[in-house]
Design a protein around this ligand. Sequence first.
Ligand code: NAD
Ligand code: UD1
Length: 344
Amino acid sequence: MTLLVTGGAGYIGSHTVLELLAAGQDVLALDNLSNSSRESLRRVAALTGREPGFIQGDVRDRTLLDRIFTDTAIDGVVHFAGLKAVGESVSEPLRYFDNNVTGSITLCEAMAAAGVRRLVFSSSATVYGDPAAMPIDENCPTGTPTNPYGRSKLMVEQVLQDLGRSDPRWSIALLRYFNPVGAHASGRIGEDPHGVPNNLLPYITQVAVGRLKQLSVFGGDYPTPDGTGIRDYIHIVDLAQGHLAALDYLRQHTGVRIWNLGTGTGYSVLDMIRAFEVASGRAIPYVITGRRAGDIAECWADAGKARRELGWQAHRGLTQMMADAWRWQSENPDGYATGDTPQN
Ligand code: NAD
Ligand code: UD1
């Protein structure tokens, strides 16, 4: 049986496809390559010695989805496909709701028609909004996301909850990611954002290789020990492995389940800069500027539920996150445009 991985060529998708292949799972990746490169999965194939299936196409294309479910014996779907740039979602809300919400609904319709009812969905800690207390566990009520991207994630969660209630045969995992960072230890796959990065670590690594001049630290006056924002950064390989644990659970249980995927530890922006400087030996010039609209002061997970129910926890610490992020960026200064694998 084969797993369908939508958005499989992207940052989290490619790392998860690698872990799935390494675990012996057959994988078919579906990606429209709107924010990724075919090269990521070529490198995954080279690293694992196993070739994932690949279809370039859109998750909103119902005809294509029906063909995939007819042609291939799919027994579950890991659904990464979606748009994720917060600022862009503010200026192009319809594109975000169409990709993220309509895309998810179209996928579920095709799954239901094919009798495939096992689904892992990429949600985000952003659905908690600005919680009153830390750490955040899964019982913390969802809040009000500050942007259309966040609202699209919350809407899909609600759609999937209703779907699970309507038909108890569904097995659905809503995985609320905290802040994925780093890269596979080989340095062959990693995060390759198009344009200027929105997220902290790719910004730092691009400063380190000279693609960007200096980092702006968004806010030095938060009520945190050093005044900068605190987040729960999780190594991408730990995060990827969390999907395998969730799939194992879904094979034995029906219903809709929610798990935080985080480490349970928060680091400030200044902690991140210092840790990166140590790992890379490069200085990161930065300036403290005003707060970024929509940012919260702090956000970290209570990671206990995933540990208890999935037997999964993050093992890789900050030093390894930084070393792996730096290996990827320094060996691929232009991301996947650096040294494409020859095609046969
Ligand atoms: P990414 O952009 O690297 O990967 C998403 C992939 O989906 C890309 O390869 C893109 O080409 C593809 N895609 C987008 N729209 C598509 C469509 N309509 N049809 C087919 N393919 C489509 O992003 P990522 O960081 O790997 O994120 C994966 C998922 O996890 C996203 O849903 C994102 O919202 C969610 N998420 C990411 C983070 C994070 O910090 N990276 C945090 C929380 C949640
Ligand atoms: C952001 C999104 C969130 C999304 C997540 C993953 C916002 C408000 N939130 O989360 O919805 O799920 O990315 O894509 O955009 N920082 C700087 N300088 C920078 C970049 C970031 O100081 O150039 C700071 C931020 O203020 C924050 C921390 O670094 O304190 C982490 O930022 P980022 O990596 O963008 O993640 P989030 O804001 O947590």
